[in-house]
Design a protein around this ligand. Structure first.
Ligand code: ADP
Ligand code: MG
Length: 257
């Protein structure tokens, strides 16, 4: 495997509020290789979003290090794209103008980058919807627009926090395929947080199961090659899929007190 692109070393994070200190994650060690797709699954409140926020540089962990290549991450940077669960498109901006926000914020809004944004919109089937407002689109289309906004700044690694959880099942399966193929085609790495065990198996090279109170890594599963290589839709039919499903289900079930 190539050297890790993004890495967490002994990361612990404690949220301090007026009334208490909550240890959200403890001693997390994690590395993501170039081109690798890793999913994080675990019960609600086990610290998945906290892990992503630390990887994105939005949150400085209480202890430990987050490294991009061999450099510490001190804040948000171009190489790491963060796509939040809610699509957070601005209602008063058109789809194109929403997609260009990332470029504006990064100071990269130029003729070529704008053309690239149009190219990605076309590629994800939104070419005809550039000039409409988010409220005129379906949930799946808004999620695609949010994905284009994340991709357009050309990050090496995408952090996806339950991007498909608000969608109906069919739209979700279609978007899984689309995201999977888009990331593979552009050679991106990804960390996906999901509640859906099937989705994690179908999309990933590796799955990390987390425990809660405090959030720790409980188990790591490597997905066999034939399942990895299949498109997510077909991966669900692949041999061994349900064995993996049951293993992860059991890990999560053991967690319920
Ligand atoms: P997950 O994404 O797995 O549901 P989170 O990372 O959101 O978990 O939360 C992990 C723990 O940290 C939970 O106990 C949650 O209540 C707590 N937490 C998350 N964000 C904050 C915050 N901003 N302030 C205080 N506690 C927080
Ligand atoms: Mg979360």
């Amino acid at each position: 495997m190539s050297s890790p692109l993004l890495k967490m070393q002994n990361v612990t994070h404690v949220y301090v509020t007026v009334s208490e200190a909550i240890k959200a994650i403890e001693n997390i060690n994690l590395s993501i290789a170039a081109g690798e797709f890793v999913s994080l699954v675990g019960p609600s409140g086990c610290g998945k979003t906290t892990v992503l926020s630390c990887l994105a540089g939005i949150l400085q962990p209480t202890a430990g290090h987050v490294l991009l290549g061999d450099k510490p991450i001190k804040g948000p940077c171009r190489q790491v794209g963060y796509m939040l669960q809610a699509d957070y498109l601005f209602a008063w901006r058109t789809i194109l103008d929403n997609v260009l926000i990332g470029l504006e914020v990064m100071g990269q809004l130029r003729h070529e980058t704008k053309k690239h944004a149009q190219f990605l919109l076309n590629e994800l089937g939104l070419g005809d919807y550039k000039h409409v407002y988010p409220s005129q689109l379906s949930g799946g289309m808004r999620q695609r627009a949010a994905l284009v906004r994340t991709l357009v700044t050309n990050p090496d690694i995408l952090l996806l926090d339950e991007p498909f959880s608000a969608l109906d099942y069919q739209t979700k399966l279609k978007l899984e395929n689309l995201v999977f193929e888009t990331l593979k085609k552009h050679g991106k790495s990804a960390v996906l947080v999901t509640h859906d065990i099937g989705e994690a198996i179908a999309m990933s090279d590796r799955i990390i199961v987390m425990d809660k109170h405090p959030g720790r890594i409980k188990r790591e599963l490597i997905i066999p090659d034939h399942i990895r290589q299949a498109r997510p839709f077909d991966a669900r039919e692949a041999e061994g899929f349900y064995d993996l499903f049951r293993q992860i289900w059991k890990e999560l079930d053991d967690d319920e007190d």
